[in-house]
Design a protein around this ligand. Structure first.
Ligand code: 5CA
Length: 406
């Protein structure tokens, strides 16, 4: 696309209504335009980003075994009935999906099931603010798991927990799962996935050691209950709680190890058992023919909020810096292959600028430098630089190992 033809209404000035950096940059970069309080139009650049975020969310849902559906969008809509009485649509789709599954699934043999949809929600928030972070209209992925018993429901919960870790890790975000209040949705087990950020709306308390955990994409066989449970245990072994449930007197972490800060909630998981299925009569025939109410959980991700959260985590004074992990994946892979081929490699995997890395490598003087950058990589190439004469040449990535394994 030629920029001369692209609809990209950039703003020169900082819009006065935008208090946080993501809101400012989304308006200035022509990604969104406000329509009314907490409601935005998504312009070409913003929509492109939103769709990519949505696609990552979708791929990880599908990978975990959840199946996509689409339910109607009217939620938290205050309407007046014919007698002028206030009416309120349910705030999420718990009831609707329980009705669908309850009416369609009759036997325990058809379980478990996990259905998700990605749909615009409307919530008449008291204080919409911070752009897409707290909107009145926002894009949410919500899904609902149905199991025969509590053990099955726990496995479904754990699978979603891991799918969330994978989803956020793929976006380069460190979203910490924290014990959370279940709020109006109810139930006894809930986690909020929260990215630490001073501008976040949630108050959080986290064991400092959490920051050292490895959040890289866990590779997982979702059917293996033990592996899934192990990953959940690893990420719940350290203390992390939201302000609503944190009690200083009951906190197991000594004060010097406890970080009190703020964060952006990008997802939440709930296990609520039979809270909806019993009153709605959503039952299946169990193995002995008896009626068993469905065990349920629900799980949400703020897809449009994630666009703001990504910018909060990836910007500098000049603007947005979209995360790009292609180079790191290629570099990790090449490093592994070179080592396997018995080649002695020093891999500069530090979070530094390219200039700083080139300078350090010249300083220490290793004879060959392999440089992986986004442009070359797109053409399948890396750059090979000789330290002695400074000569550089492109090398097809797939020939690199053979070239050095002489
Ligand atoms: N039914 C459950 C999960 S399916 C539910 O509604 N959960 S929720 O209320 O926690 O919302 C899920 C996610 O949507 C939140 O974690 C948050 O990331 C996002 N979200 C909630 N309210 C807003 C809002 N007003 N603006 C933008 N994103 C929001």
């Amino acid at each position: 696309m030629r920029l001369s033809q692209y609809f990209l209404p950039l703003l020169r000035e900082n819009p006065s209504e935008a208090q946080i950096v993501s809101h400012r940059l989304m308006l200035r970069a022509g990604m969104i335009r406000q329509s009314s309080a907490g409601i935005y139009s998504w312009l070409p650049l913003g929509l492109r980003v939103l769709k990519r975020v949505e696609q990552i969310v979708r791929e990880e849902q599908d990978r975990s075994g959840a199946q996509e559906i689409l339910m109607p969008s009217k939620e938290m809509l205050r309407i007046k009935d014919r007698h002028d009485r206030e009416m309120l649509y349910g705030p999420t789709n718990e009831e609707q999906v329980t009705e669908i599954v309850g009416a369609s699934i009759k036997s325990y043999r058809d379980l478990p099931k996990n259905l998700y949809h990605i749909q615009w929600k409307f919530r008449d928030e008291v204080r919409p603010r911070f752009g897409v972070m707290r909107g009145r209209e926002f894009l949410m992925k919500d899904n609902y798991s149905f199991d025969l018993d509590a053990a099955g429901a726990k496995h479904s919960y754990n699978k979603m927990f891991v799918a969330y870790l994978r989803t956020f890790a793929r976006m380069g975000l460190k979203a910490i799962p924290m014990r959370a209040d279940t709020g109006p949705i109810g139930g006894d087990l809930s986690h909020e996935f929260i990215i630490l950020a001073e501008t976040g709306e949630s108050e959080v308390y986290v064991d400092r050691d959490f920051l050292d955990l490895n959040f890289e994409n866990p590779d997982v066989d979702y059917d293996d209950e033990q592996i899934v449970q192990t990953i959940v245990d690893y990420f719940t072994s350290l203390y992390a709680a939201t302000g609503e449930i944190h009690k200083p007197e009951a906190c197991p972490v000594p004060p010097e190890r406890l970080i009190a800060t703020r964060g952006i909630e990008v997802g939440q998981t709930f296990y609520f058992g039979t809270k909806y299925s019993v009153p709605m009569g959503a039952v299946v025939a169990g193995p002995n023919g008896e009626e068993v109410p469905l065990e349920m959980g629900s799980y949400g991700i703020g897809v449009s909020r994630l666009v703001g959260a990504l910018i909060e985590a990836n910007h500098d004074d000049n603007g947005i810096i979209w995360p790009d992990d292609k180079c790191r994946v290629a570099a990790d892979d090449l490093y592994g292959k070179l080592r396997n081929a018995g080649i002695d490699v020093l891999y500069d995997d530090r979070d530094d600028s390219p200039g700083a890395k080139f300078a350090a490598m010249d300083l220490i003087g290793l004879p060959d430098q392999l440089i992986i950058g986004p442009r070359g990589l797109a053409a399948g190439n890396i750059e090979w630089k000789h330290r002695r004469d400074g000569a550089r040449q492109d090398l097809p990535l797939d020939t690199a190992v053979g070239r050095f394994a002489a």
